[in-house]
Structure formats: structure tokens, C-alpha cells
Design a protein around this ligand. Structure first.
Ligand code: IPM
Ligand code: MN
Length: 349
């Protein structure tokens, strides 16, 4: 198969970890007889530096013309501490999600036998945890009306959802639950927020269409507690954009490191695959970042964008072997550099 991939490494550690994902993709292609080609696109702070736009039209055209987007990270501290900055790298990521219609972000949380002791949580709590967080990605406070009033002294962000937006993400969540252990947890704040009450109403209306799926509803504050109190409770968790952002960072503790969690963003146009960890500027250029999340994102790319399940599995097995062999970066207690870990995994494939 020909795999036409848009490569958007972005900022911070993005380029280093995406390079390792590319090595894994190339190794899989050699093994299974596929042909991958990569076209580079600018996004985030590096795109602002180049042309003032964190998601330039040429990058969008490239993504639209590709079969999949391999994404690194965006962000630069010089913008974080400047609340007056009008253009920000993160807007590039929001723009790509919106313009590609990527309304669903799939973030699987799994544990690796060899790493259960790396989690800050007790081994017996995390061992065997395996769930899928589905985060709505193009609505809510991220995209609702926002602004300042009273001469800049009052600020607001609006959490807004239409029935259609809620229904399409819930449908996807019901479908994934059907393919897994048939247990769906809808996370909201329906005791306080009107948008959450719409979510719950729509979910309740849909329940009869999925009689084999057990649905439960959990307030987000409770969900934040249950995720670390008993992660094995969850199978598929679905929630709105901001709650999903926060809960998935929390959930990464279950696996042992932020550097392990991959994600797929899917929707109307080309799907995008990215590690959840962000640009980690303190580590940029040092060859110390964990490439596993980016490499597992490449595995998700094979599975979700191309339906090539054996190829995805080959990557997953090589990653698991690297963790077992202790060929890990320092966040997991190993002494490998980013590129050494990437080379090991690619050669194992
Ligand atoms: C994520 C990130 C982004 C988000 C940032 C970089 C805009 O934290 O993908 O989780 O908040 O969605
Ligand atoms: Mn986040």
C-alpha cells in the first residue's frame, strides 16, 4: 500500500519524537511491503516564526491531500508568559482540529506489565487497567465565544454544544464500547452545567439503540477521583473537550509516564496522530524525551487510518519488548536517549 503521510513535527520535542515514529513506520513498511512518503508541514511556533500563522494555508492543503497526519507538538514558553500575545502556537492545533473536522480524540490508556511499578499508583490498582478515553475535540469552551469586557477586567469563555455535536461523539463512543467490553461511562457536570444536561439527555435518548451496552453517568469531579482510585472500572469514557483534556493528563499517570500515551483524532477529513504529551520545551533538542507516545501514535495511524492491524501490532510488540528490555528513556528510569530508544524499536520491528 502507498502511505501518503503529512509530517508535522511542530515545536519543542515534537521533531525528535516524530523522527523516531518515522523510523518505526519505515521499518514496518520494509517488513510488510508498503511504501511511505512524507511531506513536511509547518505548524505551531515554528510556523508563526516563518509566516505569522500557526496553521498556514499550505499546511492545511497538505493535510487535506494526505492519507494521515503524523503530528508532534506545538507550544513555546515565550508565548505562555505573555497573556497579550495575539497569535499563539496552540491556535495552530485548534485550527487543524477544526479545519479537518477532527471531532473525536481517542486516547487509549493501557498498562505495560514491565512498567506497573513506574506508576505513582499502587501496582494492584493499575495492573490490567485498559480503557479508552474519547474526548470531544471541536466544541465546548475551546471554541465557544470568548472575550473580555469591562475594559478588559472581566473575561469569559463559553461552553457551547449543539445536539448534533453531542450525538455524533456519543455515537462513536457507543460504537467503540460495542467493540470492547460494552461499558460506557459518560462524564459530565450535569448537576451544574446546562451543556452537560444536554449531553446527558442525548445519551439517555440513545441508550435504547444500544441495548447490549451498559451505560453509566459520572460527574467529572468524581470521575477525576475514580480514575486513580479504581482505573479498572473504566472501559470507554466519553466526555467534552475541556474535561477530556484534563482527565487524560491525569490518566497518563496510570501507565507510568506522559511519554507513553498516544492519540488519534478522527472526524470529517484526514485523521491525525499525535502523542498527548505536548512540546516539553525543557527537553527540546536534548535527545532525552520519550519517543514511545509518538511511536504508538504511528501504530494507531496504521490501525485507524489504513486499517492495517498487523502493522500496528508489530509496532506495539516492539515497544513492549523495548520496555521489557529496559531500553527506555530517563522518565522511565532507563538510560537511552530518544534516538537510541527509537533505533532499538525500529530494529526490533
Ligand atoms: C492536548 C493539548 C492541547 C489541548 C493544547 C496544546 C492546545 O494540551 O492536545 O491535550 O489543550 O487540547
Ligand atoms: Mn492536554
Amino acid at each position: 500500500m502507498k502511505l501518503n503521510i503529512a509530517k508535522l513535527p511542530g515545536d519543542g520535542i515534537g521533531p525528535e519524537v516524530v523522527e523516531q515514529a518515522v523510523k518505526a513506520v519505515d521499518a514496518v513498511c520494509r517488513k510488510f511491503g508498503h511504501e511511505a512518503s512524507y511531506t513536511y508541514g509547518y505548524v505551531g511556533a515554528c510556523a508563526i516564526d516563518r509566516c505569522g500563522d500557526p496553521y498556514p494555508a499550505e499546511t492545511h492543503a497538505l493535510c487535506m491531500a494526505s492519507d494521515a497526519v503524523l503530528f508532534g507538538a506545538v507550544g513555546d514558553p515565550k508565548y505562555d508568559n505573555d497573556p497579550t500575545a495575539i497569535v499563539r502556537p496552540e491556535q495552530g492545533l485548534l485550527a487543524i482540529r477544526k479545519q479537518l473536522g477532527l471531532y473525536a480524540n481517542l486516547r487509549p490508556v493501557e498498562t505495560f506489565k514491565s512498567l506497573v511499578d513506574k506508576s505513582p499508583l499502587k501496582t494492584e490498582l493499575v495492573d490490567g487497567a485498559d480503557f479508552l478515553c474519547i474526548r470531544e475535540l471541536t466544541g465546548g469552551m475551546y471554541f465557544g465565544e470568548k472575550g473580555r469586557k469591562d475594559g478588559g477586567n472581566t473575561a469569559y469563555d463559553t461552553c457551547i454544544y449543539s445536539r448534533a455535536e453531542v450525538e455524533r461523539i456519543l455515537r462513536l463512543a457507543f460504537d467503540y464500547a460495542g467493540r470492547r467490553r460494552k461499558h460506557l461511562t459518560v462524564v459530565d457536570k450535569a448537576n451544574v452545567l446546562e451543556s452537560s444536561r444536554l449531553w446527558r439527555q442525548v445519551a439517555r435518548e440513545m441508550e435504547p439503540e444500544y441495548p447490549d451496552i451498559q451505560v453509566d453517568y459520572m460527574f467529572v469531579d468524581n470521575a477525576a477521583m475514580q480514575l486513580i482510585r479504581c482505573p479498572k472500572f473504566f472501559d470507554v469514557l466519553v466526555t467534552e473537550n475541556t474535561f477530556g483534556d484534563i482527565l487524560t493528563d491525569e490518566a497518563s499517570c496510570i501507565s507510568g509516564s506522559m511519554g507513553l500515551l498516544a492519540s488519534a483524532s478522527v472526524g470529517a477529513h484526514t485523521s491525525l496522530f499525535e502523542p498527548i504529551h505536548g512540546s516539553y520545551p525543557q527537553a527540546a533538542g536534548k535527545n532525552i524525551a520519550n519517543p514511545v507516545a509518538a511511536i504508538l501514535s504511528a501504530a494507531m495511524m496504521f490501525e485507524y487510518a489504513f486499517g492495517l492491524m498487523d502493522e500496528g501490532k508489530a509496532i506495539r510488540e516492539a515497544v513492549a519488548a523495548s520496555l521489557e528490555a529496559g531500553m527506555t528513556t530517563e522518565d522511565l528510569g532507563g538510560s537511552c536517549s530518544t534516538s537510541e530508544a527509537g533505533d532499538w524499536i525500529a530494529s526490533r520491528i
